[in-house]
Write a protein that binds this ligand. Structure first.
Ligand code: PAF
Length: 281
C-alpha cells in the first residue's frame, strides 16, 4: 500500500492507473463504518484511494477540531487490512497552500444553512471545499460516502451535478452497533452513561418511521415535535428532528413516498446525528 503525504506524488500515482479509481474521503479514526465504504469502493474500482485529513474549514471556532481523534498508525493498518491501494495523508498546508481559510469559498444555496447547517455555520461550505480539492486531485471514477451524513451526501451530489464533475457518488448504508447506535468517531467522547442512552436517538427515528408507516401521516410537524420531546425527556438536547423528502431534503407539507427522518442531538458534550429512510410504498 502506498502512503502519500504530498499531492504531486498522489497525482502521479493516479495518473499511472490504467483502470478505474475509487476515492474514500475520511477524517481518519477509522472504524467498521469506514471499512464498509472501502469494501464498496473495492467492488466498484480496481484501485482504492483513501484520504485521511481532518479538515479545519468544516469545524466552527467552538467545535472539536483540535480534539478530533487522530490515529494515523492504526488507520493505516486498517486500510492495509482492507486491501486499500493508496492512502493520502496530507497536512493542512498541502491542501490549503494559500493558508486558512483558503483562497476559495464555495457557497451552496439552500442546503448550506438548513438542518445541521443551521447549527454548524460554515460546516458544509468547508466540506464542499475539501471534497472539491480531493476530487480534483484524485479525479476518481467513483467516490464513496456514508449515508450516516445524509445531508453531506446530498451536498456532495449537488456539487458534482452542478459543477459537471465526472465522478459517480456512491452512497453506503450506515453501520450500527448491535444496540442501533450509528458508528461514529465521535462516539468515543460519550461517557458510560451517555453511551447507554445514545441508542435512543435511533430508537426515536424508528418510532417516527413506524408512526408514518402505520398511517399517522396527517401532521408532520406534530411527529417532529413529539420525537424531539421524547429525546429531551430522555436527557438529550435536540438540535432538530426533521422529516424531509429523501431526494433533496426539502420540507414536506404532507408525507410522500420516499422520505428521510433526520435528527441531531447533544448528549453532554457530544453532538450525535442519525437518520432513517422511510419508504411508504
Ligand atoms: O465525512 C467525513 O468524514 C468528512 O466530512 C469528509 C467527507 C471526509 C470531508 O472532510
Amino acid at each position: 500500500m502506498f502512503v502519500f503525504h504530498n499531492r504531486h506524488q498522489l497525482r502521479q500515482y493516479v495518473g499511472k492507473q490504467k483502470s478505474p479509481v475509487a476515492l474514500v474521503p475520511t477524517m481518519g479514526n477509522l472504524h467498521a463504518g469506514h471499512e464498509a465504504l472501502m469494501k464498496r469502493a473495492s467492488e466498484l474500482a480496481a484501485a482504492v484511494v483513501v484520504s485521511i485529513f481532518v479538515n479545519p474549514t468544516q469545524f466552527g471556532p467552538t467545535e472539536d477540531f483540535a480534539a478530533y481523534p487522530r490515529t494515523a498508525a492504526e488507520d493505516l493498518e486498517r486500510c492495509a487490512a482492507q486491501g486499500v491501494h493508496a492512502v493520502f495523508l496530507p497536512d493542512v498546508a498541502e491542501l490549503y497552500p494559500d493558508g486558512l481559510p483558503g483562497a476559495v469559498r464555495i457557497t451552496l444555496s439552500g442546503l448550506e444553512n438548513d438542518l445541521c447547517g443551521a447549527f454548524r455555520q460554515g460546516h458544509f461550505a468547508g466540506v464542499a471545499l475539501v471534497v472539491m480539492k480531493l476530487l480534483g486531485l484524485v479525479t476518481p471514477q467513483v467516490a464513496v460516502f456514508g449515508k450516516k451524513d445524509y445531508q453531506q451526501l446530498l451536498v456532495v451530489r449537488t456539487l458534482v451535478r452542478e459543477l459537471c464533475l465526472p465522478t459517480v457518488i456512491e452512497p453506503v448504508s450506515t453501520v450500527r452497533e448491535a444496540d442501533g447506535l450509528a458508528l461514529s468517531s465521535r462516539n468515543r467522547y460519550l461517557s458510560a452513561s451517555e453511551r447507554r442512552l445514545a441508542p435512543e436517538l435511533y430508537a426515536t427515528l424508528q418510532e417516527v418511521a413506524h408512526a408514518l408507516s402505520a398511517g399517522r401521516r396527517d401532521d408532520i410537524a406534530a411527529l417532529e415535535h413529539s420525537a424531539s420531546e421524547r429525546l429531551a425527556q430522555q436527557g438529550f438536547l435536540p438540535d432538530y428532528v426533521a422529516i424531509r423528502r429523501a431526494a433533496d431534503l426539502q420540507p414536506l407539507p404532507s408525507p410522500e413516498r420516499e422520505m428521510v427522518v433526520l435528527a441531531a442531538a447533544r448528549l453532554g458534550k457530544t453532538r450525535l446525528i442519525d437518520n432513517l429512510e422511510i419508504n411508504l410504498s
